[in-house]
Design a protein around this ligand. Sequence first.
Ligand SMILES: [Zn+2]
Length: 255
Amino acid sequence: MSTSPLDILALAAHRDDVEQTCGGTMLKMAQQGCRTGILDLTQGEMGTRGSAEDRAREAADAGKILGVCWRQALDIPDGRVENTWENRLKVARVLREQRPRVVILPFWKGRHPDHYTASILGYEACFLAGLTKLDVEQALGTQHSALSQGAVASAPHRPFKIVYATLYYDVRPTFVVDITEQFEARLQSLMAYKSQFSDQEAGRAIFPAHAEIRSRVEAMARFYGMLAGVTYAEPFLQKEVGLVDDFTAIPVRSI
Ligand SMILES: [Zn+2]
């Protein structure tokens, strides 16, 4: 268990979502000395391949490859991520415990309902976590003895920055992160989900083969890299405008 606050917390519906959408960025930030963490909302019990236990082990392996200090999965049902008061409180409790400065959420549109619901749920939990008068434990009806960090866990906390990882959805990002140096490790972190991504019989019709996954991951990273003049990148969107001090230092060539 970590004791000092996280710099960055990435939240996603499913184990392996972070690896697919912002794993390179998480590794890059860890390499730059940040304390990073991942909160998966579900445990993956509905997956065609592998059990929730398999995925827990694989998620720990993948997290190690990405250099995260902390990783946890909540008990929200897989395939049924709902933006309920209880679920918002569960996420708010983690935010108060881990106290991240930056939160990475999934984009708020997408094909999979769990993904876009996790986005709204995550945002609203960030808001709730900062409410001084909200006692999360009391609202959840849990015993104080069950708290992992006692009174500290209840102190309000609101992240400074929320950014959205947009890789699952075709939307123009507001910025990308150069992950050229991290690309191979990020791919390895995805392949750590052996129950999902190794070539096998179960779910053959819906899961692409190993080589195909590599090509797809590479094509996406290439595309977003190309937008910024680097080899590989991951896309993000922020709702706020960018703030510039020095016109001569704005990156990405125009012409
Ligand atoms: Zn997912």
